[in-house]
Design a protein around this ligand. Structure first.
Ligand code: ZN
Length: 174
C-alpha cells in the first residue's frame, strides 16, 4: 500500500462525552492513538475531518439536534487525540468529509503533488460519517482501508452493518 493518509473523523467531545455521546466511542481511542502515532513516525499524513456546524445546518435542525457547533468545546477533538502541528484539520458541515471542503485538493497535494492513493478511515460513526466519507473517497478513486477497531457507532448493529456496507459497496479493506 502506498501513499496513505489517515483520516480521523469526528473524534470530538460532543460525540464522545457530550450531546451525542456513545459509550462505544471510548474503546477506539487507544487504537486510534496508536495508529496516528505510527503514522506520524512514518511520515504518513494525519488529517482530522471534523464537524463544525452552524446552528441552522440541516443535520442539526432536521435530524440530530445541537452538536459540534463551530467554535464550541463540543466541536473540539478529544484531548487524548489532539492534533499536532504537523497534522491537518479540515472542517465539514455534513456527514462526508469531502462535501464542499478542501479535503480532496489537500489529498492531491500531498506526497509532493503525487497525491494520496489510500485513505485509512477511523473515528465516528461507522454507518454515518465514515460511510459517507468512504462514498466520496470511492467516487474519487481512492483505495479505502477501515481498521475494525478504529471505528464505532451508536450500537453494535450499526457498527457491524456499517462495516459490511463499506466492504460490499466501496470495496473497503476492513
Ligand atoms: Zn454533524
Amino acid at each position: 500500500m502506498s501513499r496513505m493518509a489517515v483520516l480521523v473523523l469526528d473524534m470530538l467531545n460532543d460525540f464522545v462525552t457530550g450531546d451525542l455521546k456513545t459509550k462505544r466511542a471510548a474503546r477506539i481511542i487507544e487504537p486510534i492513538q496508536k495508529l496516528v502515532k505510527a503514522a506520524r513516525a512514518h511520515g504518513v499524513p494525519v488529517i482530522y475531518s471534523n464537524d463544525a456546524h452552524f446552528s441552522n445546518d440541516h443535520e442539526v435542525v432536521k435530524r440530530w439536534g445541537k452538536h459540534a457547533i463551530k467554535g464550541t468545546h463540543g466541536a473540539e477533538v478529544i484531548s487524548e487525540l489532539a492534533p499536532t502541528k504537523k497534522d491537518f484539520v479540515v472542517e465539514k458541515r455534513v456527514y462526508s468529509g469531502f462535501y464542499e471542503t478542501e479535503l480532496d485538493s489537500l489529498l492531491r497535494s500531498l506526497y509532493n503533488g503525487l497525491g494520496v492513493e489510500t485513505v485509512v478511515l477511523v473515528g465516528l460513526h461507522t454507518h454515518i460519517c465514515v460511510r459517507h466519507t468512504a462514498a466520496s473517497a470511492f467516487y474519487r478513486g481512492y483505495k479505502i482501508v477501515v481498521p475494525r477497531d478504529g471505528v464505532q457507532a451508536f450500537t453494535r448493529r450499526d457498527h457491524e452493518e456499517g462495516l459490511r456496507y463499506l466492504k460490499n459497496v466501496y470495496n473497503a479493506e476492513i
